[in-house]
Write a protein that binds this ligand. Sequence first.
Ligand code: GH3
Ligand code: MG
Ligand code: MG
Ligand code: MG
Length: 313
Amino acid sequence: VNRPLDIQKLVARLDQQLDQSAPEPYRVLVVDDSDAMLKWLELTLGRAGMQVHKTHDPLDVLLLLERHKPEIVILDVYMPEYEGDEMARIIRQQPRFDGVPIVFLSTETNRPRQLMARSMGGDDFLVKNMPPEELVAVVSMTCERYRRLRQWMTRDSLTLLLNHTTLIESLETAVPRAVREQDVLSFVMIDIDHFKNINDQYGHMAGDHVIQSLARLLRLGLPPGALVGRYGGEEFAIVLPGVAPLHAAHLIDALRQRFAAFPQGAEKVATFYASFSAGVAPLQPGQSAQQLVEAADLALYDAKARGRNQVLL
Ligand code: GH3
Ligand code: MG
Ligand code: MG
Ligand code: MG
């Protein structure tokens, strides 16, 4: 006897695998005027699987922060030109680096002096000559916690797609880049059809499952480089750098067909089918990110007006 396939269970497992695939090594920046200390840090953290960038020149710190996007900075306090806490203050003045944890690593054992360094923007103060496994533990725990925090801040919790703010920020970065590189870029707005009816007929839980199923399809079905976000409620937005509008429309239409054929349902709910409408807009010369969103929105509106379950360019 064939038991019915438990789709939700399969899907939960798939999500788990997707989220666990290939954990990236922690990226660490170490700053110390002693080359011996830098070597030791590189060896100790490198052996623990971390990616270590090092410098003995505090003036390089901002450049290296920009270039390697480290997830933590380990900072010496006593250095010839700049003291570490001064450096921490400078890092903290840059809003884009405000979320990077800074850990001091120094011979200083004087508590008031340590506190002063922390008040300049440090998150922790470690004393040198600590056992290597302790250092590795502190760095891993700190990176892990900040990764989780960043995920909460940039992702939508129901779908794990980019949230509204992050998606718009990504678009505002992608548009000038496309202009600079003279590359095409397409933007897509998606809205699930008659979603209110789905909620009314099958309940909000079933509605949530529909949103999640579309999110999964978008996460798996788009080329690498695509930025996929939940724009709001049952609305999604996609930035496709390097993808021409016709190609974008075909990609989205293929997903539209798969979505419309996907049996929906939750526990104790009859199987039903959902669909979405989408508007695609190419980045036009001189267009701002906001104008691009408006253009895609307009195309979406047309797709709705023409009967839904279709993609319009
Ligand atoms: P249309 O085809 O014109 O898009 O019709 P619609 O019913 O989808 O349009 P509308 O935008 O008016 O309805 C969206 C509904 O989605 C309203 C809101 O109650 C519901 N909704 C928004 N966010 C969520 C959510 O996270 N979960 C669920 N279950 N419902 C949501
Ligand atoms: Mg020193
Ligand atoms: Mg809507
Ligand atoms: Mg809708």
